[in-house]
Ligand binder design. Structure first.
Ligand code: PLP
Ligand code: COI
Length: 356
């Protein structure tokens, strides 16, 4: 029987760009690999994915993505181990999540086989781009957007699903300084905060820029209603350690159900770390900082992995986090990256081999 992978066509570049790339100086997401996967939705169904040379695409100026922002994306990584084998981390979670996001944005869902086989075919042609330096990987960006035409404010009739990849080192250089937001909101109940919708990020750029101008790297979003509860960061879920308990907010309509977050919760439990998934207020964190029980804060996400927070700002005051030996961030980062890079046993069954 013919499977979807037998029907994926591959058009290779004539000359690879890889020789011109400085793998020691990679700015996140700026250097793209030689190929991309493209899959079109037309006449009510997804067409067979194609692998083509990476490059610009042509769109009608009335394409609905430009006017109504109908777009969703994913972020995942491919890792190369010391034997040159290639691995993904829980890719079916990304596949499911892109469809959860798509559904909310009235974008047609992508069949699992198109996502997985399209991705594997792309990795097969571009696997040489997966960096091997410590902490490096190939960042994978699947995205779907409305390419269908017309100014009518309604869902498009055509879509493009593309997967593009960029070799990547660290997302943040060093420790992260965050500002707890009191005015702007990232998301609201009943909104699209739980979806990886492009517009969620556009809406964060202005408040984040205000924070950057004050010397912070990221905003910590609080709930839109009271601004009293800590929710997540721009591109990461947040973990807070008070005494020896690791606290993270429950996911909701407003918070992305991060794959790193849910993996870390399981790993932490496996390490016998007490985990509390519960709402946490800014007040509680400030009190803990003042009485010395606030031990760590870190962000967690695919691009950022685990990024320890060194300082948080709130109401014109900065609060420094202590620098700990054997921090939970260090323990958990080692556990998760050892699984991702095939350096340790994977008792959870999260590692996913890619046949080259
Ligand atoms: N929260 C937001 C808003 C994000 O953009 C991301 C990044 O994907 C995360 C959390 C972390 O999610 P994941 O661990 O699935 O990458
Ligand atoms: C990821 O961690 O994959 C993300 O999507 C973050 C991105 C917004 C840079």
């Amino acid at each position: 029987m013919q499977t979807i992978s037998d029907t994926i066509t591959v058009e290779k570049v004539k000359t690879s760009k890889i020789e011109n790339v400085d793998f020691n100086n990679l700015e996140f997401g700026k250097v793209l690999t030689d190929h991309m996967m493209v899959c079109d939705f037309k006449n009510g169904s997804w067409e067979t994915p194609k692998i083509v040379p990476y490059g610009p695409i042509s769109l009608d100026p009335s394409a609905k993505i430009f006017h109504y922002g109908q777009s969703v994306f994913e972020g995942m990584k491919a890792y190369k181990d010391s034997d040159g084998k290639v691995w993904l981390f829980r890719p079916l979670e990304n596949q499911k999540r892109i469809n959860i996001s798509s559904k909310r944005l009235a974008i047609p869902e992508i069949p699992e086989a198109y996502f997985m086989e399209g991705l594997k075919a792309l990795l097969k042609v571009d696997h040489q781009w997966i960096p091997t330096a410590e902490g490096s990987s190939l960042y994978i960006r699947p995205f779907v957007f409305a390419s269908g035409k017309g100014f009518h404010a309604s869902p498009a009739d055509e879509y493009k699903f593309i997967i593009a990849c960029a070799p990547a080192g660290s997302y943040f250089a060093g420790k992260v300084k965050v500002l707890i937001e009191e005015k702007y909101s990232r998301s609201a109940n009943g909104g699209v905060g739980f979806a990886k919708a492009g517009g969620n990020y556009a809406g964060q750029f202005y408040p984040t820029q205000l924070a950057v101008d004050k010397g912070y790297n990221q905003v910590i979003w609080t709930d839109d209603n009271t601004h009293e509860y800590i929710e997540e960061a721009g591109a990461m879920n947040i973990f807070i350690r008070i005494n020896d308990t690791l606290i993270t907010s429950p996911t909701s309509d407003r918070i992305l159900d991060g794959i790193t977050r849910k993996s870390l919760i399981e790993i932490a439990k496996d390490e016998n770390i007490e985990v509390a998934v519960r709402p946490i207020t800014v007040k509680e964190v400030i009190e803990a900082s003042k009485n010395g029980s606030l031990k760590e804060m870190f962000g967690a996400g695919t691009a950022a992995v685990i990024s320890p927070i060194s300082t948080f700002g709130y109401q014109d005051q900065d609060y420094d986090l202590p620098s700990l030996e054997n921090s939970y961030a260090t323990i958990l980062k080692k556990r998760i990256t050892d699984i991702q890079y095939n350096k340790a046993e994977d008792k959870f069954g999260w590692r996913y081999p890619v046949q080259l």
